[in-house]
Write a protein that binds this ligand. Structure first.
Ligand code: PMP
Length: 454
Protein backbone atom coordinates (compact mmCIF):
# COMPACT_ATOMS: atom_id res chain seq x y z
CA UNK A 1 0.00 0.00 0.00
CA UNK A 2 1.09 3.53 -0.72
CA UNK A 3 1.99 5.37 2.38
CA UNK A 4 2.43 9.11 2.48
CA UNK A 5 5.99 8.52 3.50
CA UNK A 6 6.76 7.12 0.04
CA UNK A 7 5.61 10.38 -1.51
CA UNK A 8 7.66 12.28 1.03
CA UNK A 9 10.75 10.15 0.48
CA UNK A 10 10.43 10.65 -3.28
CA UNK A 11 10.03 14.37 -2.85
CA UNK A 12 13.06 14.55 -0.60
CA UNK A 13 15.44 12.23 -2.47
CA UNK A 14 14.52 11.11 -5.97
CA UNK A 15 15.38 13.47 -8.80
CA UNK A 16 13.06 12.74 -11.73
CA UNK A 17 14.03 12.89 -15.41
CA UNK A 18 12.64 15.75 -17.54
CA UNK A 19 10.48 17.16 -14.74
CA UNK A 20 9.78 20.53 -13.25
CA UNK A 21 11.35 19.78 -9.87
CA UNK A 22 9.11 22.30 -8.08
CA UNK A 23 6.02 21.13 -9.96
CA UNK A 24 6.81 17.55 -9.06
CA UNK A 25 7.39 18.37 -5.40
CA UNK A 26 3.97 19.99 -5.33
CA UNK A 27 2.18 17.25 -7.21
CA UNK A 28 3.80 14.26 -5.48
CA UNK A 29 4.80 11.07 -7.21
CA UNK A 30 2.26 8.58 -8.56
CA UNK A 31 3.63 5.20 -7.60
CA UNK A 32 3.09 2.20 -9.86
CA UNK A 33 3.02 -1.05 -7.96
CA UNK A 34 2.45 -3.92 -10.37
CA UNK A 35 1.54 -4.79 -13.94
CA UNK A 36 0.36 -7.65 -16.12
CA UNK A 37 -0.17 -7.72 -19.87
CA UNK A 38 -1.21 -4.19 -20.86
CA UNK A 39 -2.53 -3.25 -17.41
CA UNK A 40 -0.67 -1.37 -14.70
CA UNK A 41 -1.86 -0.96 -11.12
CA UNK A 42 -0.90 1.95 -8.96
CA UNK A 43 -0.14 1.81 -5.28
CA UNK A 44 -3.73 2.74 -4.44
CA UNK A 45 -5.04 -0.23 -6.42
CA UNK A 46 -6.25 1.86 -9.40
CA UNK A 47 -5.94 -0.19 -12.60
CA UNK A 48 -5.09 1.44 -15.91
CA UNK A 49 -4.40 0.33 -19.45
CA UNK A 50 -0.89 1.41 -20.25
CA UNK A 51 -1.47 3.10 -23.59
CA UNK A 52 2.15 4.23 -23.66
CA UNK A 53 3.95 0.97 -22.73
CA UNK A 54 5.89 2.69 -19.97
CA UNK A 55 7.97 5.07 -22.06
CA UNK A 56 7.22 3.43 -25.44
CA UNK A 57 9.34 0.51 -24.38
CA UNK A 58 7.35 -2.38 -22.87
CA UNK A 59 6.45 -3.68 -26.33
CA UNK A 60 6.00 -7.26 -25.13
CA UNK A 61 3.70 -6.24 -22.29
CA UNK A 62 4.20 -6.83 -18.59
CA UNK A 63 4.50 -10.00 -16.55
CA UNK A 64 6.14 -12.49 -18.93
CA UNK A 65 7.49 -15.24 -16.68
CA UNK A 66 9.76 -16.48 -19.45
CA UNK A 67 11.59 -13.15 -19.49
CA UNK A 68 11.96 -13.21 -15.72
CA UNK A 69 13.29 -16.77 -15.90
CA UNK A 70 15.75 -15.90 -18.67
CA UNK A 71 17.15 -13.07 -16.54
CA UNK A 72 17.24 -15.21 -13.37
CA UNK A 73 18.98 -18.08 -15.19
CA UNK A 74 21.63 -15.71 -16.53
CA UNK A 75 22.10 -14.06 -13.14
CA UNK A 76 22.62 -17.44 -11.52
CA UNK A 77 25.06 -18.67 -14.14
CA UNK A 78 26.98 -15.50 -14.89
CA UNK A 79 25.53 -12.16 -13.78
CA UNK A 80 28.27 -10.12 -15.37
CA UNK A 81 31.07 -10.53 -17.85
CA UNK A 82 33.06 -7.73 -19.33
CA UNK A 83 33.40 -7.48 -23.06
CA UNK A 84 36.72 -5.67 -22.63
CA UNK A 85 40.14 -7.39 -22.90
CA UNK A 86 38.92 -9.83 -25.56
CA UNK A 87 36.47 -11.43 -23.13
CA UNK A 88 32.82 -12.14 -23.74
CA UNK A 89 29.81 -14.23 -22.79
CA UNK A 90 27.32 -16.32 -24.68
CA UNK A 91 24.08 -14.29 -24.49
CA UNK A 92 25.34 -11.05 -26.08
CA UNK A 93 27.17 -12.98 -28.79
CA UNK A 94 23.99 -14.89 -29.63
CA UNK A 95 21.84 -11.77 -29.46
CA UNK A 96 24.21 -9.87 -31.76
CA UNK A 97 24.04 -12.73 -34.25
CA UNK A 98 20.23 -12.93 -34.08
CA UNK A 99 19.90 -9.17 -34.57
CA UNK A 100 22.38 -9.09 -37.44
CA UNK A 101 20.45 -11.92 -39.05
CA UNK A 102 17.26 -9.84 -39.01
CA UNK A 103 18.74 -6.43 -39.78
CA UNK A 104 18.31 -4.90 -43.21
CA UNK A 105 21.22 -5.06 -45.68
CA UNK A 106 24.76 -5.14 -44.33
CA UNK A 107 23.97 -3.89 -40.80
CA UNK A 108 25.89 -6.88 -39.46
CA UNK A 109 27.84 -5.46 -36.54
CA UNK A 110 26.19 -4.76 -33.21
CA UNK A 111 27.49 -2.53 -30.42
CA UNK A 112 25.47 -2.92 -27.22
CA UNK A 113 24.85 0.08 -24.99
CA UNK A 114 22.67 0.77 -21.93
CA UNK A 115 19.91 2.63 -23.71
CA UNK A 116 19.11 4.96 -26.58
CA UNK A 117 21.05 8.08 -25.61
CA UNK A 118 24.36 6.29 -25.41
CA UNK A 119 23.53 4.40 -28.62
CA UNK A 120 23.18 7.76 -30.40
CA UNK A 121 26.26 9.10 -28.66
CA UNK A 122 28.20 6.02 -29.77
CA UNK A 123 27.27 6.65 -33.40
CA UNK A 124 28.71 10.15 -33.19
CA UNK A 125 32.02 8.69 -32.07
CA UNK A 126 31.98 5.85 -34.60
CA UNK A 127 31.19 8.30 -37.39
CA UNK A 128 34.12 10.51 -36.41
CA UNK A 129 36.40 7.46 -36.31
CA UNK A 130 35.10 6.48 -39.73
CA UNK A 131 35.83 9.80 -41.43
CA UNK A 132 39.23 10.08 -39.77
CA UNK A 133 40.03 6.57 -41.01
CA UNK A 134 38.95 7.59 -44.51
CA UNK A 135 41.34 10.53 -44.40
CA UNK A 136 38.55 13.11 -44.22
CA UNK A 137 38.72 14.39 -40.64
CA UNK A 138 37.13 17.65 -41.78
CA UNK A 139 33.83 15.80 -42.13
CA UNK A 140 32.74 16.66 -38.62
CA UNK A 141 29.37 18.36 -39.18
CA UNK A 142 26.14 16.60 -38.21
CA UNK A 143 22.58 17.30 -39.37
CA UNK A 144 19.35 16.29 -37.68
CA UNK A 145 15.74 17.46 -37.78
CA UNK A 146 13.62 19.96 -35.85
CA UNK A 147 11.24 18.18 -33.48
CA UNK A 148 13.63 15.24 -33.50
CA UNK A 149 14.71 13.42 -30.35
CA UNK A 150 18.02 11.60 -30.13
CA UNK A 151 18.56 11.34 -26.42
CA UNK A 152 19.87 13.30 -23.52
CA UNK A 153 23.63 12.72 -23.41
CA UNK A 154 25.37 16.08 -23.47
CA UNK A 155 26.63 15.65 -27.03
CA UNK A 156 23.66 13.67 -28.35
CA UNK A 157 21.24 16.22 -26.86
CA UNK A 158 22.56 18.66 -29.44
CA UNK A 159 21.00 16.46 -32.14
CA UNK A 160 17.77 16.50 -30.13
CA UNK A 161 15.64 19.51 -30.98
CA UNK A 162 14.31 20.46 -27.57
CA UNK A 163 15.11 23.92 -26.26
CA UNK A 164 14.94 22.87 -22.62
CA UNK A 165 17.67 20.30 -23.29
CA UNK A 166 19.95 23.05 -24.59
CA UNK A 167 19.36 26.39 -22.95
CA UNK A 168 22.22 27.76 -20.95
CA UNK A 169 24.96 25.28 -21.67
CA UNK A 170 26.10 25.82 -25.17
CA UNK A 171 24.35 23.09 -27.11
CA UNK A 172 23.67 22.42 -29.88
CA UNK A 173 27.36 22.67 -30.68
CA UNK A 174 28.31 24.69 -33.73
CA UNK A 175 28.78 21.43 -35.65
CA UNK A 176 25.20 20.31 -35.03
CA UNK A 177 22.67 21.57 -37.58
CA UNK A 178 18.92 21.11 -38.08
CA UNK A 179 16.52 21.12 -40.99
CA UNK A 180 12.74 21.57 -40.58
CA UNK A 181 10.50 18.66 -39.68
CA UNK A 182 8.39 17.05 -42.42
CA UNK A 183 5.37 17.57 -40.12
CA UNK A 184 2.42 16.94 -42.49
CA UNK A 185 -0.24 18.58 -40.28
CA UNK A 186 1.64 21.84 -39.93
CA UNK A 187 3.93 21.88 -42.95
CA UNK A 188 4.08 25.26 -44.73
CA UNK A 189 3.93 23.41 -48.07
CA UNK A 190 0.66 21.71 -47.11
CA UNK A 191 -0.12 18.03 -46.70
CA UNK A 192 0.62 16.73 -50.20
CA UNK A 193 3.11 13.87 -49.69
CA UNK A 194 5.30 14.66 -52.69
CA UNK A 195 5.42 18.36 -51.82
CA UNK A 196 6.58 17.46 -48.30
CA UNK A 197 9.25 15.09 -49.62
CA UNK A 198 10.45 17.68 -52.14
CA UNK A 199 10.60 20.36 -49.44
CA UNK A 200 12.66 18.15 -47.12
CA UNK A 201 15.01 17.22 -49.95
CA UNK A 202 15.51 20.88 -50.83
CA UNK A 203 16.11 21.76 -47.16
CA UNK A 204 18.65 19.00 -46.66
CA UNK A 205 20.40 19.82 -49.94
CA UNK A 206 20.50 23.47 -49.01
CA UNK A 207 21.90 22.70 -45.57
CA UNK A 208 24.58 20.41 -47.01
CA UNK A 209 25.58 23.00 -49.62
CA UNK A 210 25.69 25.75 -47.00
CA UNK A 211 27.89 23.73 -44.66
CA UNK A 212 29.96 22.40 -47.55
CA UNK A 213 29.35 18.88 -48.91
CA UNK A 214 32.86 17.74 -47.97
CA UNK A 215 32.31 18.78 -44.35
CA UNK A 216 29.13 16.87 -43.57
CA UNK A 217 29.64 13.62 -41.65
CA UNK A 218 26.12 12.30 -41.14
CA UNK A 219 22.41 12.88 -41.17
CA UNK A 220 20.08 11.56 -38.45
CA UNK A 221 16.40 10.75 -38.89
CA UNK A 222 13.73 8.91 -36.96
CA UNK A 223 11.46 6.93 -39.33
CA UNK A 224 8.63 8.46 -37.28
CA UNK A 225 9.50 11.41 -35.02
CA UNK A 226 8.43 10.14 -31.62
CA UNK A 227 9.04 12.65 -28.88
CA UNK A 228 8.37 15.53 -31.29
CA UNK A 229 4.71 14.41 -31.22
CA UNK A 230 4.55 11.21 -33.29
CA UNK A 231 5.14 12.96 -36.60
CA UNK A 232 4.70 10.53 -39.46
CA UNK A 233 6.47 11.58 -42.66
CA UNK A 234 4.85 10.55 -45.94
CA UNK A 235 5.65 7.15 -47.40
CA UNK A 236 8.81 7.47 -49.46
CA UNK A 237 10.22 10.34 -47.39
CA UNK A 238 12.79 8.20 -45.55
CA UNK A 239 13.96 6.61 -48.80
CA UNK A 240 14.29 9.97 -50.53
CA UNK A 241 16.36 11.38 -47.65
CA UNK A 242 18.50 8.27 -47.51
CA UNK A 243 19.17 8.46 -51.26
CA UNK A 244 20.13 12.11 -51.10
CA UNK A 245 22.68 11.30 -48.38
CA UNK A 246 24.03 8.51 -50.57
CA UNK A 247 24.43 10.92 -53.48
CA UNK A 248 26.50 13.20 -51.28
CA UNK A 249 28.41 10.35 -49.66
CA UNK A 250 27.06 11.33 -46.22
CA UNK A 251 26.40 8.65 -43.62
CA UNK A 252 22.74 8.06 -42.78
CA UNK A 253 21.65 7.14 -39.26
CA UNK A 254 18.16 5.79 -38.69
CA UNK A 255 17.23 6.31 -35.05
CA UNK A 256 14.85 3.41 -34.37
CA UNK A 257 14.90 3.68 -30.58
CA UNK A 258 11.11 4.03 -30.60
CA UNK A 259 10.17 2.56 -33.97
CA UNK A 260 12.21 -0.63 -33.60
CA UNK A 261 10.96 -4.01 -32.42
CA UNK A 262 7.44 -4.08 -33.76
CA UNK A 263 6.27 -0.64 -32.73
CA UNK A 264 5.18 0.21 -36.28
CA UNK A 265 4.65 -3.40 -37.40
CA UNK A 266 7.90 -5.05 -38.56
CA UNK A 267 11.00 -5.46 -36.41
CA UNK A 268 12.52 -2.33 -37.96
CA UNK A 269 10.55 0.55 -39.49
CA UNK A 270 13.35 1.16 -42.03
CA UNK A 271 12.26 -1.93 -43.86
CA UNK A 272 8.84 -0.39 -44.54
CA UNK A 273 10.54 2.24 -46.67
CA UNK A 274 12.99 -0.37 -48.00
CA UNK A 275 16.08 1.48 -46.91
CA UNK A 276 19.38 0.29 -45.47
CA UNK A 277 20.95 2.95 -43.27
CA UNK A 278 24.65 3.05 -42.43
CA UNK A 279 23.79 2.96 -38.74
CA UNK A 280 20.63 2.06 -36.88
CA UNK A 281 20.17 2.91 -33.21
CA UNK A 282 17.76 0.88 -31.07
CA UNK A 283 16.87 0.41 -27.39
CA UNK A 284 13.46 0.27 -25.61
CA UNK A 285 11.73 -2.69 -27.33
CA UNK A 286 15.08 -4.51 -27.61
CA UNK A 287 14.57 -5.70 -24.03
CA UNK A 288 10.99 -4.50 -23.78
CA UNK A 289 12.04 -2.30 -20.88
CA UNK A 290 12.55 -5.25 -18.50
CA UNK A 291 16.23 -4.32 -18.17
CA UNK A 292 18.21 -1.49 -19.78
CA UNK A 293 19.92 -2.08 -23.12
CA UNK A 294 20.46 -0.37 -26.45
CA UNK A 295 22.12 -1.52 -29.64
CA UNK A 296 23.93 0.28 -32.43
CA UNK A 297 23.72 -1.58 -35.74
CA UNK A 298 26.75 -0.73 -37.87
CA UNK A 299 26.98 -1.45 -41.59
CA UNK A 300 29.75 -3.80 -42.63
CA UNK A 301 31.27 -1.23 -45.01
CA UNK A 302 31.55 1.22 -42.09
CA UNK A 303 32.88 -1.36 -39.64
CA UNK A 304 35.62 -2.44 -42.04
CA UNK A 305 36.85 1.14 -42.49
CA UNK A 306 36.96 1.78 -38.72
CA UNK A 307 38.67 -1.57 -38.11
CA UNK A 308 41.32 -0.96 -40.77
CA UNK A 309 41.79 2.62 -39.61
CA UNK A 310 42.44 1.60 -36.01
CA UNK A 311 44.65 -1.32 -36.98
CA UNK A 312 46.31 -2.69 -33.86
CA UNK A 313 45.12 0.21 -31.69
CA UNK A 314 42.01 -0.02 -29.55
CA UNK A 315 38.97 1.95 -30.77
CA UNK A 316 38.49 4.13 -27.70
CA UNK A 317 34.84 3.71 -26.85
CA UNK A 318 33.26 1.45 -24.27
CA UNK A 319 31.18 1.05 -21.14
CA UNK A 320 31.48 -1.30 -18.17
CA UNK A 321 28.05 -2.61 -19.10
CA UNK A 322 28.55 -2.89 -22.88
CA UNK A 323 27.14 -6.28 -23.92
CA UNK A 324 25.70 -7.06 -20.49
CA UNK A 325 24.82 -10.77 -20.31
CA UNK A 326 21.60 -10.35 -18.29
CA UNK A 327 20.23 -7.69 -20.65
CA UNK A 328 21.21 -9.84 -23.62
CA UNK A 329 19.51 -12.91 -22.15
CA UNK A 330 16.36 -10.81 -21.78
CA UNK A 331 16.78 -9.53 -25.34
CA UNK A 332 16.95 -13.07 -26.70
CA UNK A 333 13.77 -14.08 -24.88
CA UNK A 334 11.95 -10.91 -25.91
CA UNK A 335 12.88 -11.54 -29.55
CA UNK A 336 11.43 -15.04 -29.23
CA UNK A 337 8.18 -13.63 -27.85
CA UNK A 338 7.92 -11.10 -30.69
CA UNK A 339 8.36 -13.80 -33.31
CA UNK A 340 7.43 -17.25 -32.05
CA UNK A 341 5.10 -15.85 -29.39
CA UNK A 342 3.11 -13.99 -32.06
CA UNK A 343 3.53 -10.52 -30.55
CA UNK A 344 4.61 -8.86 -33.81
CA UNK A 345 1.62 -10.38 -35.53
CA UNK A 346 -0.74 -9.29 -32.76
CA UNK A 347 0.77 -5.81 -32.82
CA UNK A 348 -0.11 -5.43 -36.50
CA UNK A 349 -3.70 -6.50 -35.84
CA UNK A 350 -4.05 -4.37 -32.71
CA UNK A 351 -2.38 -1.43 -34.45
CA UNK A 352 -4.95 -1.48 -37.26
CA UNK A 353 -7.72 -1.47 -34.66
CA UNK A 354 -6.06 1.35 -32.71
CA UNK A 355 -5.68 3.51 -35.81
CA UNK A 356 -9.27 2.84 -36.92
CA UNK A 357 -10.54 3.67 -33.44
CA UNK A 358 -8.59 6.92 -33.21
CA UNK A 359 -9.71 7.87 -36.73
CA UNK A 360 -13.24 7.52 -35.38
CA UNK A 361 -12.48 10.45 -33.03
CA UNK A 362 -11.64 12.83 -35.87
CA UNK A 363 -15.02 14.54 -35.69
CA UNK A 364 -14.60 15.43 -32.04
CA UNK A 365 -14.47 19.23 -31.72
CA UNK A 366 -11.02 19.12 -30.08
CA UNK A 367 -9.36 16.76 -32.57
CA UNK A 368 -7.26 18.47 -35.24
CA UNK A 369 -5.25 15.52 -36.48
CA UNK A 370 -4.97 11.76 -36.08
CA UNK A 371 -1.82 10.04 -37.26
CA UNK A 372 0.30 7.00 -36.69
CA UNK A 373 1.48 3.65 -37.95
CA UNK A 374 1.03 0.32 -36.23
CA UNK A 375 1.06 0.67 -32.44
CA UNK A 376 2.44 4.21 -32.57
CA UNK A 377 -0.11 6.98 -32.88
CA UNK A 378 -1.06 10.51 -31.92
CA UNK A 379 -4.12 12.70 -31.66
CA UNK A 380 -3.38 16.40 -31.94
CA UNK A 381 -5.79 18.61 -30.03
CA UNK A 382 -6.74 22.10 -31.21
CA UNK A 383 -9.30 24.67 -30.15
CA UNK A 384 -10.03 25.66 -33.76
CA UNK A 385 -9.87 23.00 -36.43
CA UNK A 386 -9.58 25.43 -39.35
CA UNK A 387 -6.94 27.67 -37.82
CA UNK A 388 -5.30 24.62 -36.14
CA UNK A 389 -5.00 26.63 -32.93
CA UNK A 390 -3.14 24.69 -30.23
CA UNK A 391 -4.70 24.44 -26.77
CA UNK A 392 -3.66 27.41 -24.64
CA UNK A 393 -0.29 26.65 -23.10
CA UNK A 394 -1.11 28.62 -19.93
CA UNK A 395 -3.85 26.10 -19.12
CA UNK A 396 -1.20 23.34 -18.97
CA UNK A 397 -3.39 21.15 -21.18
CA UNK A 398 -0.97 18.24 -21.12
CA UNK A 399 -1.19 17.90 -17.35
CA UNK A 400 -4.96 18.21 -17.34
CA UNK A 401 -5.50 15.70 -20.13
CA UNK A 402 -2.99 13.28 -18.62
CA UNK A 403 -4.66 13.49 -15.20
CA UNK A 404 -8.16 13.00 -16.62
CA UNK A 405 -7.08 10.04 -18.73
CA UNK A 406 -5.41 8.60 -15.64
CA UNK A 407 -8.60 8.90 -13.62
CA UNK A 408 -10.43 7.25 -16.53
CA UNK A 409 -8.05 4.28 -16.34
CA UNK A 410 -5.74 5.12 -19.22
CA UNK A 411 -2.07 6.04 -19.36
CA UNK A 412 -1.26 8.18 -22.38
CA UNK A 413 1.58 10.52 -23.23
CA UNK A 414 0.33 14.09 -23.15
CA UNK A 415 2.84 16.33 -24.89
CA UNK A 416 3.08 19.95 -23.79
CA UNK A 417 1.59 21.19 -27.07
CA UNK A 418 -1.61 19.19 -26.62
CA UNK A 419 -0.62 16.16 -28.68
CA UNK A 420 -1.69 12.85 -27.16
CA UNK A 421 0.72 9.99 -27.81
CA UNK A 422 -0.12 6.29 -27.95
CA UNK A 423 2.28 3.36 -27.93
CA UNK A 424 0.49 0.46 -26.23
CA UNK A 425 2.10 -2.93 -25.67
CA UNK A 426 1.88 -5.18 -28.72
CA UNK A 427 0.00 -7.79 -26.67
CA UNK A 428 -3.19 -5.67 -26.44
CA UNK A 429 -6.43 -7.53 -26.99
CA UNK A 430 -9.31 -6.10 -29.05
CA UNK A 431 -11.11 -5.24 -25.81
CA UNK A 432 -8.09 -3.35 -24.50
CA UNK A 433 -7.75 -1.36 -27.72
CA UNK A 434 -11.45 -0.55 -27.60
CA UNK A 435 -11.07 0.56 -24.00
CA UNK A 436 -8.19 2.86 -24.99
CA UNK A 437 -10.47 4.51 -27.56
CA UNK A 438 -13.47 4.76 -25.19
CA UNK A 439 -11.38 6.21 -22.38
CA UNK A 440 -9.79 8.69 -24.79
CA UNK A 441 -13.24 9.78 -26.02
CA UNK A 442 -14.39 10.28 -22.43
CA UNK A 443 -11.23 12.26 -21.63
CA UNK A 444 -11.79 14.48 -24.70
CA UNK A 445 -15.40 15.13 -23.73
CA UNK A 446 -14.33 16.15 -20.23
CA UNK A 447 -11.60 18.37 -21.65
CA UNK A 448 -14.13 20.04 -23.93
CA UNK A 449 -16.15 20.95 -20.84
CA UNK A 450 -13.10 22.53 -19.22
CA UNK A 451 -13.42 26.31 -19.63
CA UNK A 452 -9.69 26.85 -19.09
CA UNK A 453 -8.67 24.66 -21.97
CA UNK A 454 -10.98 26.19 -24.58
N1 PMP B 1 16.40 8.25 -29.70
C1 PMP B 1 15.06 8.27 -29.77
C2 PMP B 1 14.41 8.31 -31.12
C3 PMP B 1 14.29 8.23 -28.61
O1 PMP B 1 12.96 8.29 -28.69
C4 PMP B 1 14.93 8.15 -27.36
C5 PMP B 1 14.16 8.08 -26.06
N2 PMP B 1 12.82 8.36 -26.08
C6 PMP B 1 16.32 8.14 -27.34
C7 PMP B 1 17.03 8.19 -28.52
C8 PMP B 1 17.06 8.09 -26.03
O2 PMP B 1 16.88 6.86 -25.44
P1 PMP B 1 17.08 6.67 -23.86
O3 PMP B 1 16.02 7.46 -23.18
O4 PMP B 1 16.96 5.18 -23.70
O5 PMP B 1 18.44 7.13 -23.52
Amino acid sequence: MLSNSLIELDRAHLVHPVASYRGHEQQGVRVLASAKGATVTDARGHQLIDGFAGLWCVNAGYGHDSIVEAAARQMRELPYATAYFGLGSEAPIRLAAELADRAPGDLKHIYFTLGGSDAVDSTIRFIRYYWIARGQPQRDQFISIEQGYHGSSTVGAGLTALANFHTGFGIPFEWQHKIPSPYPYRNPVGQDPQAIIDASLAQLKDKIETIGPDRVAAFYAEPIQGSGGVIVPPKGWLKAMRNLCKEYGILFVADEVITGFGRTGPLFACTEDEIVPDFMTTAKGLTSGYVPMGAVFMADHVYQVIADGAGASAVGHGYTYSAHPVSAAVGLEVLKLYEEGGLLENGVKAGARLMAGLEGLRDHPLVGDVRGRGMLAAVELVTDKVAKTPLPAEAAPARRVFDRAWDNGLVIRAFANGVLGYAPPLCCTDDEIDAIIERTAKTLDQTLEDPDVR
